[in-house]
Design a binder for this molecule. Structure first.
Ligand SMILES: [Zn+2]
Ligand SMILES: [Zn+2]
Length: 320
């Protein structure tokens, strides 16, 4: 029996590169139909509104700010808090995290985190919602989000947060935070580009560039983790999947590019395990901890960093 047709057994998963995708029996996945996902499609067309609204350099500053502001809440909120509980906070700040994360228009926090838990449970197996190795780049990047198979929140996997009615409300009415944010940005634009809050025509270009265009770029920054980070770049640790580490993706995603570190040890809030692994979400959380806004940020133990699963066999530096 050749390796390609061998049954998917544990030994395949423990190879340094993870399981060979050709050994996996694919599930039947329904491909997205644009007609069902017109909202997602239309958002991608909204940058064209610049032809009508024009833009100013201040709009592009808002675009940049809104990209990283929301990437922080995706990374530190959707991912490190709701999916993995790697630090603690108050019920009020927990609500704010969900609210601001949802201004990214990536559905509710309970939906996002529950599907991400499915990803970790089945990484790079047939049941992984977005394995680029098994279902291809396009499906891993946006196909699974647009298609009909993963539209529902897996409440069975997110009971620890679904017990909060305010989070269930946000998850159900997931467009409320984006609409509120768009209105706020419109008024900010009136002030930045015009004479004040009631300069009614000045803020439209800020909505188009600072919010909608920023949202489209933010989609693809976030989705690149799903599509690229199990496919390209280097692995430091032996894991049961194809996860990888990449510094460029870490810059784009506030530290989410250290994806192999994260798959190897999901319990840590810090994903850049070493000082040279840039992890801005972690630095912001450490700063919030100084003010008592978050606490119990879970670290990476030294024995984990230098454990036997390191592919380069490095051991901890000897002190003294
Ligand atoms: Zn994760
Ligand atoms: Zn992953």
């Amino acid at each position: 029996m050749s390796e390609a047709t061998a049954p998917l057994v544990e030994s395949l998963y423990t190879s340094p590169e993870g399981p060979p995708p050709e050994a996996v029996k694919k599930e039947n996945r329904n491909q997205p139909r644009l007609i069902d996902q017109y909202g997602f499609g239309l958002i991608h067309l909204t940058p064209l509104l610049m032809i009508w609204s024009g833009f100013t350099w201040k709009d592009w500053l808002v675009c940049l700010f809104m990209y990283y502001f929301r990437m922080f809440f995706i990374s530190a909120g959707y991912h490190r808090y709701f999916s993995h509980k790697t630090y603690e906070t108050s019920r009020f700040f927990q609500f704010l995290i969900a609210f601001f994360a949802q201004t990214s228009i990536q559905k509710g926090a309970l939906w996002w985190a529950s599907q991400h838990r499915v990803h970790h449970r089945y990484s790079d197996t047939a049941h992984d919602p977005h394995s680029a190795n098994i279902y291809g780049f396009f499906y891993a990047h946006i196909g699974w989000i647009m298609g009909p198979d993963y539209q529902k929140t897996r409440y069975d996997l997110i009971q620890d947060f679904a017990k909060y009615p305010e989070l269930r409300f946000l998850n159900r009415y997931f467009m409320v935070p984006p609409i509120i944010m768009a209105v706020i940005i419109y008024f900010i634009g009136n002030m930045l580009n015009g004479q004040g809050l009631t300069d009614w025509n000045a803020g439209w270009s800020t909505v188009v560039v600072g919010y909608l265009t920023s949202t489209v770029i933010l989609y693809h920054g976030t989705f690149s983790i799903n599509s690229l980070m199990h496919k390209i770049a280097r692995r430091r640790y032996r894991t049961k999947d194809h996860s990888r580490n990449n510094a460029v993706l870490a810059l784009i995603t506030m530290g989410e590019g250290w994806h192999n570190n994260h798959h190897y040890y999901q319990g840590s809030c810090r994903q850049g395990f070493f000082w040279w692994e840039f992890d801005p979400s972690y630095y912001v959380l450490k700063t919030l901890a100084l003010f008592g806004i978050v606490w119990n940020i879970r670290p990476v133990p030294v024995e984990v960093k230098y454990g036997p699963k390191r592919l380069d066999g490095k051991t901890p530096p000897v002190k003294g």
